[in-house]
Design a protein around this ligand. Structure first.
Ligand SMILES: [Zn+2]
Ligand SMILES: [Zn+2]
Length: 400
């Protein structure tokens, strides 16, 4: 009989207590499964349930799929992404249920109601540890949890991730009401643009003589994936001079040009020395003022440091999960060059409204929606993850 009921409801019918929810589950590295998971039988105070419209496949999810599961290695927050897990933290969805007053649940105290479109920050912090009390906006929390990363799907509340018809956002999750004029694509992409706040940190560091990111500086972006593209856009908005982008994919380099990169450099078949030479050719022989790493492979860090001018600033964010080690010459790469090396995980949770607004304001300048190159249903999960690793894929999304 349950089959009959399912057929009557259809895949997009409203679900509630006692029903199941279709979700794409990462059951092990490299393995996706379509599963029916329980719709949560209750909501904890401050929790809400969202009917998903769109959810992206992020670099973090690709790291997990490749078996690179350790986050925040060597810190109090060190943790592994879990299996089985419903991933998906770049989300856009519609609120269907809340346990609590909307103003208490919404990040800035807006009057959140059932039917509103929301996005969320993946980080859930304790609010009580030394880091939560001392470091603001960045989630250094010693008890950190990640929506779509560290919640197992085989126990309540099962669906804490966006690759699902419905998503449960736990108490303390940061939920942002998306303004009515913002389309679903921008809501889904907003988390990536918040990551580009790394360049704002570079701006702050410009107070340290000759370091940081100054008006008119040459910026190199290693990697032309979606995060790399967000860095290109942000660097331009913040006043970069020349922007140079490196990647091995023609599709991605073409997109980088469409986002306003001045020069794109295909790294395939070129030695590190040739790449450094190519950057020096564009910078009066000195090297770049700022290099941003968004590739997520440790091997590119060494050549990235070599692309810097003396006293330049290296912003590292691609190796968000533990990807292994790389050999550096500490004298040549860091000390002798007076390099400012700035590591980054995550993004500031207070950046979402600004990101949404600035993406909207600059919608004629940057082709945000073209970043979404592939859309998949939940039943195509394996194919979607495999596609996301191919060179012609920028942002791959699920449309549940
Ligand atoms: Zn992400
Ligand atoms: Zn904490």
């Amino acid at each position: 009989m349950t089959n009959v009921i399912d057929v009557e409801k259809g895949p997009t019918a409203a679900r509630g207590r006692g029903d199941t929810v279709r979700a794409a589950v990462m059951v092990a590295p490299g393995k996706m499964e379509l599963q029916e998971l329980p719709y949560p039988d209750h909501l904890e105070p401050g929790a809400l349930i969202v009917k998903m419209e769109m959810s992206g496949i992020c670099g973090t999810d690709k790291h997990a799929f490749k078996g690179e599961v350790t986050l925040y290695g060597g810190t109090e927050s060190e943790q592994d992404m879990v299996f089985p897990c419903v991933h998906g933290h770049e989300n856009s969805g519609i609120v269907v249920e809340m346990n609590g007053e909307g103003r208490q649940i919404e990040y800035s105290g807006q009057a959140l109601r059932v039917g509103d479109r929301v996005t969320n920050c993946p980080n859930v912090i304790c609010g009580r540890c030394w880091y939560c009390r001392s470091v603001h906006a960045y989630p250094y929390c010693a008890e950190h949890q990640g929506v779509g990363m560290t919640y197992r799907s085989d126990r309540f509340p099962h669906i804490v991730g966006g690759w699902s018809e419905y998503m449960y956002l736990p108490p303390k999750a940061w939920v942002y009401r998306v303004p009515e004029h913002i389309p679903v694509e921008l809501a889904c992409l907003s988390e990536l643009f918040v990551v580009a706040a790394l360049l704002d940190r570079g701006k702050e560091l410009a107070a340290c003589g000759g370091k940081g990111f100054h008006f008119g500086d040459t910026v190199v972006v290693q990697g032309a994936g979606p995060i790399g593209m967000m860095m290109v856009a942000k660097a331009r908005i913040l006043g970069a001079g020349k922007i140079l982008v490196l990647d091995a994919s023609d599709t991605k380099l073409g997109m980088a040009a469409d986002f306003g990169a001045d020069t794109t450099i295909d790294v395939s078949g070129r030695s590190d020395a040739e790449l450094v030479e190519a950057i020096r050719d564009q910078t009066e022989g000195r090297g770049a003022d700022v290099v941003v790493e968004t590739v997520g492979q440790p091997g590119v860090v060494r050549v990235g440091l070599e692309m810097l001018r003396r006293g330049g600033t290296y912003l590292e964010t691609g190796n968000f999960a533990d990807t292994g080690e790389v050999a550096l010459n500490v004298h040549r790469h860091i000390a002798a060059k007076n390099v400012l090396l700035y590591g980054n995980t995550n993004h500031p949770h207070d950046g979402y409204y600004r990101a949404l607004e600035m993406m909207w304001r600059h919608r004629d300048r940057f082709p945000w929606e073209r970043l979404i190159t592939h859309r998949f249903g939940l039943e195509q999960a394996q194919q979607a993850l495999e596609k996301s690793l191919e060179p012609d894929a920028l942002k791959v999304v699920f449309v549940p």
